[in-house]
Design a protein. Structure first.
Length: 75
């Protein structure tokens, strides 16, 4: 069984795919870009700000699935 995971705390996908899909006990998260979901703007000041936003987006997707970074075993 698979479950689609979406949260408004991460940017909407820019294509025909989901933020994440849970299949059994495994969560597959789609590739992320440095978009702030609140303002819907791309963060492009510097690589540090971009990476920080991407990590926030990933964290929010994990939270929506009831998980956290400690649960990640492969990137």
């Amino acid at each position: 069984m698979k479950t689609i995971i979406n949260t408004e705390k991460a940017p909407n996908p820019v294509g025909p795919y989901s933020q994440a899909v849970k299949a059994g006990n495994t969560l597959y998260i789609s590739g992320q870009v440095a978009i702030d979901p609140l303002s819907n703007t791309i963060i492009k000041n510097n690589i540090e700000d971009e990476a920080t936003q991407i990590m926030k987006n990933l964290e929010n997707i994990l939270k929506e699935a009831g998980l956290k970074f400690d649960n990640v075993v492969r990137t």
